[in-house]
Design a protein around this ligand. Structure first.
Ligand SMILES: [Zn+2]
Length: 174
C-alpha cells in the first residue's frame, strides 16, 4: 500500500489488522526518527497515539513528548550512550587480544612453517579489521601483527604465521 501522510512529519507506513497502524516519524533524508503504533477510530476520525520507551520498548503513558517509561530507563539509556566510547575501546582491545590468542594457538609448529586458511581464522573468530602494526619488507611483503603474533598472506586466502619475540622488549612507542 502507498504511504499516506498523517500529521506533521508522520507517515503511515503499513496498515495492520483493522484500525491499528504503525507510524514512522520521518526526519531528514528520510531517516526514521521514531516509531509508534496508532489506533485510529474511523467513526470519529480521532487518533490515539501509542509511544514506546526508547530503552525497554514498553508502552509510554502520559505526555506525547515522553521518550521513556520511567526515570530508571532514561538513566540506563543515557548511561549507555555516555559510555559508548569506553565500550568501543574495550571491544577493540578485546578483538585484538582474541586475534592474538587465535594466532598464538594456531602457530604451533616450528617458526615460519605454519600456514592457515582465511576460513579457519574466521571460524575461530578472527577479526581482520583489527591489528596493532604492519611491517613491510624491502621486497614488498606485508606482515600484519596483533602484538607479537602476525601473518603474511602468501597466496589468496592463505597465511603464513609468524612471531616476533623482540616486540615483547618494546614499550610500544618505538
Ligand atoms: Zn522503559
Amino acid at each position: 500500500m502507498e504511504a499516506l501522510t498523517y500529521g506533521r512529519g508522520f507517515r503511515i507506513h503499513r496498515l495492520t489488522e483493522g484500525t491499528k497502524v504503525e507510524c514512522l516519524a520521518i526526519g531528514q533524508r528520510d531517516r526514521v526518527v521514531s516509531h509508534s503504533t496508532t489506533n485510529i477510530t474511523f467513526g470519529s476520525m480521532r487518533a490515539v497515539e501509542e509511544k514506546f520507551c526508547m530503552e525497554c520498548g514498553e508502552s509510554v503513558k502520559g505526555r506525547t513528548d515522553k521518550k521513556f517509561c520511567s526515570d530508571a530507563c532514561r538513566n540506563i539509556y543515557h548511561y549507555r550512550s555516555n559510555n559508548a566510547p569506553i565500550n568501543y575501546v574495550r571491544n577493540v582491545v578485546n578483538a585484538l587480544k582474541r586475534n592474538r590468542r587465535i594466532l598464538m594457538e594456531l602457530n604451533d609448529g616450528p617458526e615460519g612453517t605454519k600456514k592457515v586458511h582465511r576460513d579457519k581464522l574466521i571460524q575461530k573468530g578472527y577479526s581482520f579489521m583489527y591489528h596493532t602494526n604492519i611491517y613491510r619488507t624491502m621486497k614488498g611483503n606485508t606482515y600484519v601483527f596483533c602484538f607479537e603474533h602476525g601473518y603474511l598472506e602468501i597466496s589468496e586466502n592463505w597465511y603464513a604465521l609468524v612471531r616476533r619475540d623482540e616486540y615483547l622488549e618494546r614499550a610500544g612507542d618505538s
